[in-house]
Unconditional design. Sequence first.
Length: 256
Amino acid sequence: MWKSLDRYFGRGSYYWLKDRIHPDREYTQLTYARLIGEVLRPQTRWLDAGGGHQILEVATPDMELALVKRVRLAVCCDRVVDAIAKHRSIRLGVGAALDHLPFRSESLDLITLNNVAEHLERPREVLSEFARVLAPGGRVIIHTPNVSSYAVRIAELGRRILPKPFVMELIRYMDFREEGDVFPTYYRANTCTDLAAAAGHAGLSSEKVLLAPTRPLFYFIAPLCAAELAASRLLIRLGAERFAASVILAVFRKPA
């Protein structure tokens, strides 16, 4: 009984409501995967930075395995060594801080950063380090929350005023994450302007910046989910993407 209610009126309601209210809304992890796929070449040397045990937040590793097989070298890097040891698609991993990478200058062609930029205390230093290890023409592809959006603002307000045990229960229920997978957030490069400024400081040029709506904040309550989907779609049509879209997808390039 509970599973049926959850499927049609709780957490599962988003999927059938989206198809009826905002059918062209795409899961941002798929958009991110497509951006990565567009730049991969057989000679690409790819670093997935700070991603823990996976590249993409998708249910199965098939998509990321297909991407990894297309490149000359794929390596992951994270400060949590236990996570990279359990990586589901990349076999080579190094434990290191992102602002002190153990790679030679100009030794990589692509660096990806999936839901990591929001956790960086010193994003300018990290992006400068990325610029150092990238070969001319190399790219950084970033997927990160947009703090200008209403959803991220409300979520952060909730984190500040609600008791931590309650917040952890919400995260566990909404995102299926345990406390060990929740890390401090700083949001020091999480507007389009701030992210572009940090990249520019590192000498990286902006190639593409997209704002995309993700799953509604109240996706787990069908009436609120429907209202949020409709409001988000209207705001985007009115040109208010920065307020409605809770994800930034950006591609930066090191000049050749």
